[in-house]
Design a binder for this molecule. Structure first.
Ligand code: SF4
Ligand code: SF4
Length: 127
């Protein structure tokens, strides 16, 4: 018998986009080509406009640039800070597609718990 698909237990439409505020959102070569196609740019141009290099002991990694954000301090440059959603959903990097790598999102559980306890469906816990 085919396995029943697991039920997703988070709803990004009710979240202010915490995962898009991660400082290191990796952009691999295939991600860069996808973004470049989306904006009709060359990968080199897309790399310059949308990404920067992050250096660590493990080497260097291409990551998405950020903008200032009034909720989290800073957030991915592709995030619409009014509508609180991704503006390049179809062209987003693989790491964004894979997150949160399961049927639950820890941040969503936390937000839902606090909203219930504060009796405020809009509440955003910050620490
Ligand atoms: S933090 Fe979780 S619920 Fe919020 S946008 Fe990211 S995946 Fe969705
Ligand atoms: S590309 Fe989209 S989904 Fe990925 S971090 Fe940026 S706004 Fe979020």
């Amino acid at each position: 018998m085919p396995e029943k698909p697991a039920r997703i237990r988070y709803d990004c439409s009710k979240c202010p986009g915490y995962c898009c505020s991660y400082p290191r959102i990796e952009v691999k070569e295939a991600d860069l080509r996808r973004l470049a196609r989306h904006f009709s740019l060359t990968p080199e141009e897309a790399g310059r406009r949308f990404t920067r290099w992050y250096e660590s002991d493990e080497g260097r990694e291409r990551i998405l640039r950020h903008n200032k954000d009034e909720i989290y301090g800073s957030i991915c440059r592709f995030f619409d800070r009014k509508a609180r959603r991704c503006t390049v959903y179809a062209a987003r990097p693989d790491v964004c597609r894979d997150y949160p790598n399961g049927t639950r999102c820890g941040y969503y559980d936390f937000v839902s718990f606090e909203r219930k306890h504060q009796d405020d469906p809009e509440f955003i816990p910050l620490s």
